[in-house]
Design a binder for this molecule. Structure first.
Ligand code: EPZ
Length: 419
């Protein structure tokens, strides 16, 4: 299995160009199932997860032409409606195939996504929303079996114990585009990726209003037509490089982004002492005087994103003072703490909070990646560590970071990948 070797202590400098958003790409690729004719998706990140969902679409019968960062998809030839376990278990995001398959082809069989290291991944809100639209849904032998004659729009409350759900909102919104009548989704997710998906759906002929708010209004239409669409940039990749610039006490420019998607992360970084200069499509970040401890709580958008929690934890281990990080979205999302402590951090867990003593020094050693963002946190700690760090199971990183080693090398990092 591949490993990444990092010799830490090099302040990163220069420019890094951010790729398309993984968490936009997955539901947008699934949404091509809704349309007649061909769609062409641009600014597609070349990742393990996007390749997995394209493999599933291909197994359903879709015609796919993939170039490096764009893909043409025609789903008129889809004749199989089962998303198989061996592919779905590779990526939880596959659950967002359920809504489009059901509403266009009137049936869908999707494997239950199973859990993952960041904690249980329930799908009760997905099933509630689709049942509210009139779907008959059974769970049999680890598969979700859904069917309908015609989905009918209605008012749906989609809030759960942890607030809004990104992919449940995506699933129900997609299903409602071809349902009869009007659907109101209350407590919908406001993430930029949901806005991106709705923009693509509206370009294909859907009638969705209220995107970016907690109340979505969808008027069902008879058909959608494939269109060309460019995906937004990946705000979590951008936040990860923002931390890379800070944790190495460097000065980097993060390009091809929408800074307004990173408000909460920028706010926390500035509170901690980072110098950040915003431009229309980029930001410059610098850490010349070291950082101070801050407390943060993860929250649905526009709050501090849970997908940036592990990366910021690595950064705050080096800040002056004690920080408290509270994880409100996935309370078990602390897999990275054990490995960070092995590198010299001093983090303890109290319920859904992590208490970090600051002023630490990371020392390179052998560590193992676990989930996508925990792995990113280990790379960040390694970039700042004294000596050499060897990270194994780096396939986790391939799921969400395009050309990570190349991009960090271009910023001056001493990093290489060996198999
Ligand atoms: C999306 O996952 C993202 N994945 C996750 O990013 C991200 O962490 C998460 O949203 C939160 O922002 C993709 O977009 C592919 P949720 P999703 O439903 O939609 C609970 C990454 O690293 N919940 O918004 O699956 C759930 O347990 C990944 O890129 C229910 O209770 O997350 C969690 O506590 C990791 N019932 C909370 O809601 C449900 O039916 C938010 O989860 C669904 C979710």
């Amino acid at each position: 299995m591949d490993r990444i070797i990092v010799k830490g202590g090099v302040p990163l400098e220069g420019k890094v160009r951010i790729s398309g958003s993984k968490n936009s790409a997955l539901p947008i690729l699934a949404a091509t199932l809704l349309a007649e004719g061909t769609s062409r998706i641009e600014n597609l990140p070349f990742l393990k997860d996007t390749k997995t969902i394209l493999k599933i679409l291909n197994s359903l019968g879709a015609k796919i032409k993939l170039n490096k960062n764009s893909v043409e998809i025609n789903t008129d030839t889809v004749k199989n409606f089962t998303a198989p376990y061996d592919l779905v278990c590779l990526m939880r995001g596959s659950i967002c195939l359920l809504g489009p398959l059901l509403t266009r082809f009137k049936k869908a069989v999707v494997s239950l996504p199973g859990g993952c290291v960041i904690g249980p991944r329930p799908i009760d809100l997905h099933l509630k929303g689709l049942r509210d639209l009139g779907a008959e849904i059974k769970i049999k032998k680890g598969y979700i079996e859904a069917k309908t004659k015609k989905l009918k729009g209605r008012r749906i409350f989609l809030g759960g114990a942890f607030g809004s759900s990104v992919l449940a909102t995506a699933n129900v919104m997609m299903a409602a585009t071809l349902a009869e009548g009007e659907t109101l989704i209350e407590f919908a997710a406001c993430e930029p990726e949901i806005v991106d998906l709705a923009n693509f759906l509206n370009k294909m002929g859907a009638k969705i209003e209220g995107t970016g708010s907690h109340l979505l209004r969808i008027k069902g239409v008879r058909r959608l037509r494939g269109k060309n669409y460019k995906i937004i940039s990946d705000r979590i990749e951008a936040g990860t490089y923002l931390v890379a610039g800070l944790i190495t006490k460097g000065e980097i420019s993060i390009e091809n982004i929408n800074p307004s998607h990173l408000e909460a992360v920028i706010d926390k970084a500035e509170e901690s002492g980072a110098e950040i200069n915003l431009k229309k499509r980029s930001l410059q970040v610098k850490n010349s005087n070291g950082l101070r401890a801050v407390n943060l709580v993860t929250f649905p958008y526009p709050g501090f994103p849970t997908d940036m929690q592990a990366q910021f934890m690595a950064l705050l281990c080096l800040a002056q003072g004690t920080s408290v990080i509270t994880e409100r979205i996935f309370p078990k999302r602390f897999m990275h703490i054990g490995e960070l402590n092995r590198m010299g951090a001093d983090i303890t867990i109290e319920g859904d909070s992590a208490i970090l003593k600051g002023d630490r020094t990371f020392v390179g050693t052998k560590v193992m990646a676990s989930d996508l963002r925990a792995s990113a946190a280990l790379v960040l700690a390694a970039l700042a560590a004294r000596g050499e760090t060897e990270i194994s199971r780096v396939y986790h990183l391939d799921r969400g970071y395009e050309r990570l080693v190349e991009k960090l090398t271009e910023l001056g990092a001493d990093i290489k990948r060996i198999n």
